[in-house]
Design a binder for this molecule. Structure first.
Ligand SMILES: Nc1nc2c(ncn2[C@@H]2O[C@H](COP(=O)(O)OP(=O)(O)OP(=O)(O)O)[C@@H](O)[C@H]2O)c(=O)[nH]1
Ligand SMILES: [Mg+2]
Ligand SMILES: [Zn+2]
Length: 301
């Protein structure tokens, strides 16, 4: 029998088998020997141990379409990276690093700024403007959790997001406290995911979600809720390659004097010209310089 791992906790894997339900499984020793660990999202073969208690053994992992390291999940079609417009304030370096990582993994990303009820229109337009040329679709929503939330606005947000998720397996990723689990609950109230409050002292989330978990939001549409992350390392690329991961920099009209230009200290750099005249967002460019340094540091090890 085959199923899909929807959750893994403390050595147990919860495997969903269509029309039967969720089996609590152990992975047999073969995985440990092969250094192969089942991941949430994996399609697996299982032997049923007990149909009444819904227990089984995972005997093999079917070939993976892809796998992500952070968050650790397999077989995703796309990622929705969630940041809050505020509370917590968006960390653009972290967001940009996530985008570079996903591009490296060839996983399309939708950028979702949540909690748009907490910001005015100017701020929202500013955020949209930063990412408008990133090559990602960008949207702003709120999950309607506040007491004065308007039902129509809530329905609009649901529709906006649902339309992008239909028929796909999507991972919700982002820092703690931005509202990933709240989005999960908006999409699928049965998920009943636990949500947390922002720490007043630290101004960030408290890592309410501890394990990745998949929910079916209707038909063959699946969404994975994942724990928040607070730091990310760039993918293993050369500093000279980073520019390729910035859609804004790869416009055919951009011309740098040096072919090997990394758009940092070189003269006659087309990218820097566009940053200076505002055609490339300075936030994106600063993020680029930051990740460039991270890559150089990584290389030293
Ligand atoms: N104002 C406002 N608050 C929201 C919105 N969405 C979520 N929140 C609140 O933000 C806090 C954090 O939400 P969670 O859904 O737990 O955040 P998370 O991203 O799952 O966090 P981790 O599980 O720690 O990674 C909760 O207090 C939510 O009620 C929104 O659209 N607007
Ligand atoms: Mg959560
Ligand atoms: Zn250049």
């Amino acid at each position: 029998m085959t199923g899909k791992i929807v959750k893994g906790i403390a050595g147990f894997y919860y495997v969903h088998v269509p029309n039967k339900g969720i089996y609590e499984c152990k992975a047999k020793g073969i995985f440990r020997n092969r250094n192969e660990k089942p991941l949430v999202g994996d399609k697996v073969e299982l032997d049923i141990l007990d149909d009444n208690n819904m227990t089984g053994n995972i005997t093999s992992i079917l070939p993976r379409f892809n796998r992500l390291v952070r968050p650790a999940v397999a077989n995703v079609d796309q990622a929705v990276v969630v940041f809050a417009v505020t509370d917590p304030e968006p960390n653009f370096h972290l967001l940009d690093c996530f985008l570079v990582r996903m591009m490296y993994e060839e996983v399309p990303v939708i950028i979702c700024f949540n909690k748009d009820d907490l910001a005015d229109e100017d701020r929202i337009n500013e955020l949209l403007k930063i990412y408008e040329k990133s090559g990602c679709r960008v949207l702003t929503i709120n999950t309607g959790v506040t007491d004065d939330a308007d039902e129509d606005a809530k329905k609009d947000c649901y529709d906006k997001l649902y339309g992008l998720l239909e028929g796909k397996t999507t991972v919700l990723a982002g820092p703690s406290g931005v509202g990933k689990s709240s989005i999960m609950n908006m999409l699928c109230p049965e998920a009943n995911a636990q949500t947390g409050v922002i720490s007043e002292k630290l101004g960030r989330g408290k890592h309410t979600t501890r394990h990745s978990e998949i929910f079916c939001i209707g038909g063959d549409s699946y969404v994975m809720d994942t724990p928040g992350f607070s730091s990310l390392t760039p993918p293993p690329i050369e500093a000279s390659e980073l520019g390729k991961y910035y859609n804004e920099f790869t416009d055919g009209d951009i011309c740098c004097r040096f072919l090997s230009c990394i758009h940092k200290d070189e003269p006659d750099c087309g990218v820097k010209e566009r940053v200076a005249d505002g055609r490339i967002s300075s936030v994106r460019y600063e993020g680029y310089l930051y990740i460039l340094e991270e890559i150089k540091k990584q290389k030293k090890w």
